[in-house]
Design a protein around this ligand. Structure first.
Ligand code: KG4
Ligand code: ZN
Length: 353
């Protein structure tokens, strides 16, 4: 698959209120890259509303069904925008810019958000800002009153990506390591499926792991050089292990199995993060993405930080999984850098920054 590079234009659609002060700028942001329809309103770097409308329709299919996801986005987008405006207690006239997720994601899902954002920008005569979903996950750490200092490292762990990013400034991000096969979230979800748990299994493994012994079972850890990751071997290792067991083994050992799988994934992630800190000498460390909601990862990272003198930043839960607040904060920095999107912007399923 071809990865295009997202580009911004200096040409602004609608009125450009660059005279707005940094604290006044009000952005409406839309995130629709997968199966959550989310709309946020930001004023400056403060989030006034962050509404996330999930889709339960996929549960019985064991994964996200792209066609059903785009249809649900179409149904959810208007009520979600209304709910965000109500929560923020603003009207559309108060909005200075419209931001949307342009890539990466499911193309049908992205299209709904992109078209809606373009229509709003056209009708309100306001500028449009296109945001890269993975960059937004990283910049979610800048929401709030105690952001990390630059440069910082970010371990971004989601259902589709696993990356270590060196962040030099809000718009200067270098991916210094990434998965060569499955993402960490995918590893959680695929192992959960082998245990008979419904999709998405990551949060359920987290829940059962709390009652289990992380050292009860040993699963394969990959031998990958540099700062890259691999998780496909873990899934195979869990599969072969379960195939050798008697009937009823999973039910009798569910907590220990979940704790051991979680322990292996967290160990793989943190070994590479430690290597990245040693190589870059950057001790300001953040996490981002859906898997950063994992309690085992949060606890182990916090202890590692105390042990090695790292400054750890962990976003609040609502900014870890897919959300539009992270799109709004990224758009805030792009706005003041003059990076706008044109009305002919199109979404792409895969894209580099
Ligand atoms: O960032 P995200 O919401 O969507 C993507 O961009 O992929 O991440 C979703 C992933 C899923 O694989 C889900 O199982 C995982 O994040 N996840 C978790 C937890 N919460 C969400 N994995 C482990 N423990 C959790 N508590
Ligand atoms: Zn995501």
């Amino acid at each position: 698959m071809i990865e295009t590079k997202l580009s911004d234009t200096k040409e602004v659609c609608g009125e450009n209120n660059l005279q707005k002060t940094k604290d006044e700028l009000t952005i409406l942001a839309i995130e629709s890259s997968c199966d959550d329809t989310s709309v946020a309103i930001s004023r400056g770097t403060i989030i006034l509303a962050n509404i996330i409308c999930g889709q339960t329709v996929h549960e019985s299919f064991g994964g996200v069904v792209p066609e059903l996801a785009s249809r649900s986005h179409i149904q959810n987008i208007v009520p979600t925008v209304d709910a965000a405006l109500n929560m923020a207690k603003i009207s559309v006239a108060d909005i200075d810019a419209i931001a949307f997720t342009q890539a990466p994601g499911l193309i049908g899902s992205l299209l709904v958000g992109v078209q809606f954002a373009k229509s709003m920008a056209m009708s309100l005569k306001k500028p449009l800002i296109a945001v890269h979903h993975m960059q937004a996950h990283v910049l979610a750490n800048l929401i709030g009153s105690n952001p990390p200092c630059f440069p910082f490292l970010c371990l971004t762990v989601s259902g589709g990506h696993t990356q270590i990013v060196l962040v030099k400034s809000p718009l200067e991000l270098d991916v210094i390591g990434e998965t060569i096969d499955d993402a960490a979230g995918e590893a959680f979800d695929k192992c959960a499926k082998l245990l008979g748990l419904p999709y998405p299994g990551g949060p359920l493994i987290d829940k059962y792991a709390k009652e289990g012994n992380p050292l009860a079972f040993r699963f394969a850890e990959p031998m990958i050089p540099n700062l890259d990751f691999s998780f496909s071997g873990l899934k195979t290792s869990v599969l072969y292990f379960l195939q050798k067991q008697e009937r009823g083994f999973i039910e009798a050992n569910l907590n220990d199995l979940c704790a051991s799988i979680q322990f292996t994934i967290v160990t793989i992630l943190l070994k590479k993060l430690k290597k990245a800190v040693n190589e870059t000498k950057v001790k300001e460390v953040c996490i981002a993405g859906g898997v950063s909601a994992n309690s085992g990862l949060r606890t182990e990272l916090t202890s590692l930080g105390i042990k090695h003198g790292w400054k750890i930043h962990i976003p609040s839960f609502e900014y870890c999984t897919d959300n539009a607040a992270m799109i709004a904060i990224t758009a805030y920095f792009k706005y003041f850098a003059g990076k706008f999107a044109s009305l002919d912007s199109t979404p792409t399923a895969r894209a580099i920054w």
